[in-house]
Design a protein around this ligand. Structure first.
Ligand code: TPP
Ligand code: MG
Length: 283
């Protein structure tokens, strides 16, 4: 058992994961930057402070499971898994290369630590519900986390799953939604408004917690709170900044599915390293 990381250590780790995302995308020459960078804090908190898991025994039957529904942000999942020790960090640099297990969208059987395959949006919550119900039948005491995006709430299947989980009161299920307000074609509220988002989940029988998705303490606290709710599924709406940490990408929908060129990657890495220096100085 390793000692828990401090909040400063977690913040540093999230920055290293962001650096890896920038390098991976830049070498691949393609990929999804904004969502991956925006969710780095949430993934770091989960893999380093929340999930009950064992990177040396990925199939441990009592593990918590993280289901990624919005498969296009997989660079952050791959980087978090590598940092947690599931596989070598050097493998990250093969993202999207022919024959690499790090496909542009995750293939469950290609890498240790992946719980589902994804890419087609809107399916992850249904997959997670299946796992949560199976865990109950098996008498397990684990939690299923489903990572989702705001844009994939334009898919009807997402709402069918929300309706079903509310009806069945699936309490070993926690959905974490990347509320970054962007999707492929622009801002969510222009393309297909989701507000009042919280009220919609509540009307479907869910307990909702809203957090700043860049505040480590808030992320960990919300996850602990969610596990302690036994009567309802819980949705954590994580308000994030798309492209977080790289100023020229932040809040810009055009960075939804784009990779930095080598010069842009250098600029991004400089910025992330200087943020790391600031955290070290303050910590
Ligand atoms: C079923 C399906 N339809 C369309 C797409 C194409 N697509 C990929 S990402 C995306 C935008 C989804 O919005 P969001 O996940 O919020 O984007 P982000 O915040 O990561 O930029 C779309 C439409 C897809 N992957 N699956
Ligand atoms: Mg989005």
């Amino acid at each position: 058992m390793t000692a828990p990381l401090s909040l400063t250590d977690l913040e540093q780790r999230a920055l290293l994961i962001r650096e890896d995302i920038v390098k991976m995308l830049s070498l691949a020459g393609s990929g999804h930057a904004a969502g991956a960078l925006g969710m780095a804090d949430v993934f770091t908190a989960l893999y380093f402070a929340v999930l009950k898991h064992d990177p040396h025994n990925p199939q441990w039957s009592d593990r918590d499971k993280l289901v990624l529904s919005n498969g296009h942000i997989c660079p952050v999942l791959y980087a978090a898994l590598a940092h947690a020790g599931y596989f070598s960090r050097s493998l990250l640099l093969t993202l999207r290369k022919l024959g690499s297990p790090l496909q542009g969208h995750p293939h469950r059987l290609a890498l240790p630590g992946l719980e589902n395959s994804s890419g087609p949006l809107g399916q992850g919550l249904s997959q997670a519900i299946g796992m949560a119900l199976a865990a109950k039948i098996d008498g397990k005491n684990n939690q299923i986390y489903c990572m989702m995006s705001d844009g994939e709430h334009d898919e009807g299947q997402t709402w069918e799953a929300i309706l079903f989980a509310g009806k069945k009161k699936i309490a070993n299920l926690t959905a974490i939604i990347d509320r970054n307000n962007i999707q492929i074609d622009g801002y969510t509220e222009d393309v297909m408004p989701l507000e009042p988002f919280r009220k919609k989940y509540e009307a479907f029988g869910w307990h909702v917690i809203e957090i700043d998705g860049h505040n480590m303490q808030a992320i960990i606290g919300a996850c602990h709170q969610a596990v302690a709710i036994f009567e309802q599924p819980v949705a954590i709406i994580a308000h994030t900044i798309p492209g977080k940490g790289v100023e020229f990408m932040q809040w810009k929908p055009e960075w939804h599915g784009k990779a930095p060129d080598p010069a842009q990657a250098q600029l991004a890495l400089q910025e992330l390293r200087s943020l790391g220096g600031k955290i070290r100085a303050e910590g």
